[in-house]
Design a protein. Sequence first.
Length: 70
Amino acid sequence: MHEEPPAPARTTAPHPPPCPSPPSAGHNATTIERGSFCLARCTCGWAGPARRSRDRARTDAAEHLEGAAP
């Protein structure tokens, strides 16, 4: 009996980040992927909640930067 080899695991290319607005002084927020979750992190030590939606994690980062504006 002939068996088919297992199909390769599906992978998706990461979404490119949108054009960011200039970061506030001392703040640089990015998104980090952990398994099936994505979260926003900032150089000031702030971290957003883990999200399944990459768009929502990017929105969390943008909202943090807006709130950090002087």
